[in-house]
Design a binder for this molecule. Structure first.
Ligand SMILES: NC(=O)c1ccc[n+]([C@@H]2O[C@H](COP(=O)([O-])OP(=O)(O)OC[C@H]3O[C@@H](n4cnc5c(N)ncnc54)[C@H](OP(=O)(O)O)[C@@H]3O)[C@@H](O)[C@H]2O)c1
Length: 276
C-alpha cells in the first residue's frame, strides 16, 4: 500500500526518526521515497548517514514531492510551520500529525484547505518498535487515509483507532504512560537495593519483571486481575504486598495520574494556551 507513496517527515526529531526507522525496517517503502526535514544541517547530515533518506532544511521542498506529510515538530511550532507550507500544500496530500494537543480543526484552519488530516499519539517505546499509537481522523479524512496511517504506525508497534474527542485521554494513558512505568521500575530497583541486591542486578530484574508481566497480559489475553490471583498464594508473599499496596492506594494513584495528565493535555490544547 505504501510502496508507491512518497512520504515527507517534517521535523525529524525523536518521533519522526522512530517512524522513519520503523518504515525502513519493515520494508514498507524504500529510503528514496522518504524525505526528512529539520532546521539543523549537522543533525540532518547524521540522519542521512543513518537512514540514506533524502534530507532538506527546506520544508517547502519536502512538501512538494510528497503524497503523505508526517508533521512531527513541537506543537508550539505548528502556526509558523503551517504558515510556511500552506501555499504549496496540495489538497490531495494526506497530513498525519503527531503533535500533541493540536486538533485537526485547528490544523485545517491554519492551513486554510480541506486536506485529509489524521492525528496520531505515538509514545517513545516506538523507538524500539514497541509503541502504542492511537489514531483519530479529522473531518476530511477517509477510512483509506486511516489505513495508510495505520500501516505506518504498525511498523513501530500497535495501533488503535479512536474518536478525536479521546485524544487527551489517550495522551494521559499511553502517551505519558511510559513515564509512570519508569518511575515504577526505578522504585522497584530501589526496593531491591534496600534489600541488599546489587543495583545492576536489581535493574535487570525490575525491568524484565515489568516487561514480562506486560507480555503475559498481551499474549494470554487474560485479565490482569486473573493473572494476579493465579500467583497469589494464600498467606504468601504476594498477598502481603497486595495488602500494603492497597492500603497506600496504588490503583487510585495511577487512575489519578492518567486523569491528571489527560486534563493537562486538554488545557494545553486550547489555542489560547501560551504553551502550544
Ligand atoms: N516524545 C514523545 O513521547 C511524543 C509522543 C507523542 C507525540 N509527540 C509529539 O511529537 C512531536 C515531536 O516530538 P519529539 O519528542 O520527537 O521532539 P523533537 O525530538 O524535539 O523533534 C522535533 C523536531 O522538529 C524539528 N523542527 C522544529 N521546528 C522545525 C521547523 N520549523 N521545520 C522543520 N523542523 C523543525 C526539530 O529539529 P531542528 O531543531 O533541527 O529543526 C526537531 O528535530 C511533538 O509535537 C510532540 O507533541 C511526542
Amino acid at each position: 500500500m505504501l510502496k508507491t507513496k512518497k512520504i515527507a517527515v517534517i521535523g525529524a526529531g525523536h518521533i519522526g526518526q522512530a517512524v522513519i526507522g520503523g518504515l525502513l525496517k519493515a520494508k514498507l517503502l524504500s529510503a528514496k521515497n522518504i524525505t526528512a526535514s529539520r532546521r539543523d544541517p549537522a543533525r540532518l547530515d547524521a540522519l542521512k548517514k543513518r537512514f540514506a533518506v533524502h534530507v532538506t532544511t527546506d520544508n517547502r521542498k519536502a512538501v512538494k514531492g510528497a503524497d503523505v506529510l508526517i508533521i512531527a515538530v513541537k506543537p508550539q511550532g505548528a502556526p509558523a510551520l503551517f504558515e510556511e507550507i500552506a501555499s504549496i500544500v496540495r489538497e490531495d496530500q494526506l497530513i498525519i500529525s503527531v503533535m500533541a494537543g493540536v486538533t485537526t480543526q485547528r490544523m485545517s484552519s491554519l492551513l486554510g484547505k480541506p486536506n485529509p488530516i489524521i492525528r496520531a499519539m505515538p509514545n517513545t517505546p516506538a523507538l524500539v518498535d514497541a509503541g502504542a499509537t492511537p489514531l483519530a481522523k479529522g473531518e476530511h479524512a477517509t477510512d483509506a487515509d486511516l489505513k495508510i496511517a495505520e500501516t505506518i504506525f504498525k511498523a513501530v508497534g500497535i495501533v488503535d483507532i479512536i474518536p478525536e474527542s479521546l485524544m487527551d485521554a489517550v495522551t494521559g494513558l499511553s502517551g505519558s504512560g511510559p513515564v509512570y512505568i519508569y518511575m515504577v521500575i526505578e522504585a522497584l530497583i530501589d526496593g531491591g537495593v534496600k534489600m541488599g541486591i546489587p543495583r545492576n542486578v536489581a535493574r535487570r530484574l525490575a525491568a524484565q519483571t515489568v516487561f514480562g508481566a506486560a507480555k503475559l497480559v498481551i499474549e494470554t489475553g487474560k485479565h490482569p486481575a486473573i493473572l494476579k490471583d493465579e500467583v497469589t498464594t494464600p498467606g504468601g508473599t504476594a498477598i502481603a504486598a497486595i495488602h500494603m499496596l492497597e492500603s497506600k492506594g496504588l490503583r487510585n494513584v495511577l487512575i489519578e495520574a492518567v486523569a491528571t495528565a489527560a486534563k493537562r493535555s486538554e488545557e494545553l490544547s486550547r489555542p489560547e494556551s501560551p504553551e502550544t
